[in-house]
Design a protein around this ligand. Structure first.
Ligand code: AMP
Ligand code: GLY
Length: 415
C-alpha cells in the first residue's frame, strides 16, 4: 500500500484527500497542514505549505511514495524541484513552469507567441507610461499586477481615476511588491474553469465547472475566494469544450514543452465564452478552489494512478468520470471576506447526507467550531442540476451555526 503526502489545508485538499482515500492502492495519507475535517481521513502534519525543507525531511523520514501539492505558494517556493532532487515523486509543476500562474506577463507572452486566444495586452513597469496608455483607451480597463497577489492583483477600473489609483498602488507604492502591470482589453461573457491533468504533451481533461466569486446572491458584493461551484455547464457546447481542449489547453501544454518548461500537474484554464469565441482570462498552475470539490467527486478512476503517472512521466488511460453533475455551496463566516469572528460551534454535521469538505474549522472539546472565512463546503450530486440543487440546499438546512452565511443561487447561470 502507498503512502501519500498532500500539501495544503483547505477544502481543495480535503477533496484531494477524499479522492485518494477511495484509491485501492493508498494506505496512509498525511496532509500538511491539513485541517480539522481532513483529520478524519488523514494524519495532519503541522508544517507550513512553503516549508520546503521541513516537508522534504518529513517525506524522506516517513516513507512517502508520492506527494501531491495543492497551493501555488508551495509550487512557487520550488517544492517540486527540491523533492525531485531528493529522489521523491511529486505531483506539481516545477518552480519555473509555475510562472504560468505566478507571472501574468509570462502567461500573456506565451499565449501571444503560440496563438492561444486571450485578450490583447501591453505590460508596463513605468507608472507614467502605463497611465498615458490607459488614458487613451476605452473603459473599463483591466489592470493586472504581474505576480502572486492572493487574488487581489486584478483591478477592473471603470474610469481614469480608478485606473490611476490602481496603477499608483501597483507601480508607485508597490502594494504587492515590486512588479510590472499588464493592461489588457476588457472581455465579456460567462466565465468557466477548465482543469486538466497535464504531463508534458499529455492532457487529461476534467469536467468543466464554474466558480462564484462574489459574496452575495446575484453576483453582488465583494470578491471572495469562491462561494460555490458546479459542473454540468449548459452554456458550453461540446464544440466549445473541444475548442478549449485543443486550442487552449493542449496548445498551452505543447507551448510549455517548446519553452523547455513541461507541465507536470494541473493546468487550470480560467476561460471566458466571449462573443468572439472562448478566450483565456488567466491560467493557474494548480487545482481550483472551490472547483476541485465539485469535480473530484465525479472521478471514477483511481486518482493515485493519475497522480503517479503525471509525477513520473508515465502515460495513463483517460480518467473516467460519472455522467452525473455536482453542486457545491460554501458556508462562510458572517463578515467574510472582511472581518469575521471565529469559534462558533457547528452542529448537525453528522446528519448531512452529502459530501462535506472542511475549509476552515477547528476542533474544540471534540466539537467542530468555525476557524476561517470560508468554513465548509457541502457538495451534492444528481442526474441534473435541479436535483443537485434541491439536495444540497436541503442538506445545508441540517447544519446549525450562529455565524454562517451562504449564497442561495449557486448555478444561477445554468438554471
Ligand atoms: P484573474 O485573477 O486574472 O482571474 O482576474 C480576476 C477576475 O477579473 C476574473 O475572474 C474576471 O472576472 C475578471 N477579469 C480578468 N481579466 C479580465 C478581462 N480581460 N476582461 C474582463 N474581466 C476580466
Ligand atoms: N476558484 C478560483 C481559484 O482557484 O483560483
Amino acid at each position: 500500500m502507498k503512502t501519500v503526502l498532500v500539501i495544503g489545508g483547505g477544502g481543495r485538499e480535503h477533496a484531494i484527500v477524499d479522492a485518494l482515500s477511495r484509491s485501492p492502492q493508498v494506505g496512509k495519507i498525511y496532509c500538511s497542514p491539513g485541517n480539522a475535517g481532513i483529520a478524519a481521513q488523514a494524519e495532519n502534519v503541522p508544517l507550513k505549505d512553503t516549508d520546503v525543507d521541513g516537508l522534504k525531511a518529513f517525506a524522506l523520514g516517513h516513507g512517502v511514495d508520492l506527494t501531491v501539492v495543492g497551493p501555488e505558494a508551495a509550487l512557487a517556493a520550488g517544492i517540486t524541484d527540491a523533492f525531485r532532487a531528493a529522489g521523491l515523486k511529486v505531483f506539481g509543476h516545477t518552480k519555473a513552469a509555475t510562472a504560468i500562474e505566478s507571472s501574468k506577463e509570462f502567461a500573456k507572452r506565451l499565449m501571444a507567441k503560440y496563438g492561444v486566444p486571450t485578450a490583447a495586452y501591453r505590460s508596463f513597469s513605468d507608472y507614467d507610461e502605463a497611465l498615458a496608455y490607459v488614458s487613451g483607451r476605452l473603459f473599463p480597463a483591466v489592470l493586472k499586477y504581474d505576480g502572486l497577489a492572493a487574488g487581489k492583483g486584478v483591478v477592473i477600473a471603470s474610469d481614469l481615476e480608478e485606473a490611476r489609483q490602481a496603477l499608483a498602488d501597483m507601480l508607485l507604492d508597490h502594494s504587492f511588491g515590486a512588479g510590472k502591470v499588464v493592461v489588457e482589453d476588457y472581455l465579456t461573457g460567462p466565465e468557466f474553469s477548465f482543469l486538466c491533468f497535464v504531463e508534458g504533451e499529455r492532457v487529461y481533461p476534467m469536467p468543466l465547472s464554474q466558480d462564484h466569486k462574489r459574496a452575495f446572491d446575484g453576483d453582488t458584493g465583494p470578491n471572495t475566494g469562491g462561494m460555490g461551484a458546479y459542473t454540468g455547464l449548459p452554456f458550453i457546447s461540446p464544440e466549445d469544450r473541444q475548442f478549449a481542449l485543443e486550442e487552449i489547453m493542449q496548445k498551452t501544454a505543447s507551448a510549455m514543452c517548446s519553452e523547455g518548461l513541461p507541465l507536470s500537474g494541473v493546468l487550470y484554464g480560467g476561460l471566458m465564452k466571449t462573443p468572439q469565441g472562448i478566450k483565456v482570462i488567466e491560467f493557474n498552475a494548480r487545482f481550483g478552489d472551490p472547483e476541485t470539490e465539485v469535480v473530484l467527486p465525479l472521478l471514477r478512476s483511481d486518482i493515485y494512478d493519475i497522480f503517479e503517472g503525471v509525477a513520473t512521466g508515465r502515460a495513463i488511460s483517460q480518467p473516467q468520470w460519472s455522467d452525473e453533475v455536482t453542486m457545491g455551496v460554501v458556508l462562510a463566516s458572517k463578515g467574510y471576506p472582511g472581518h469575521y469572528e471565529k469559534g462558533f460551534a457547528i452542529e448537525g454535521l453528522a446528519d448531512v447526507d452529502a459530501k462535506l469538505y472542511h475549509m476552515g474549522t477547528a476542533l474544540r472539546d471534540g466539537e467542530y467550531v468555525t476557524s476561517g472565512g470560508r468554513v465548509l463546503m457541502v457538495v451534492s450530486r444528481g442526474k441534473d442540476l435541479a436535483h443537485a440543487r434541491e439536495t444540497v440546499y436541503g442538506e445545508i438546512e441540517k447544519i446549525r451555526c450562529g455565524n454562517l452565511f451562504y449564497r442561495r443561487d449557486i448555478a444561477h447561470q445554468a438554471l
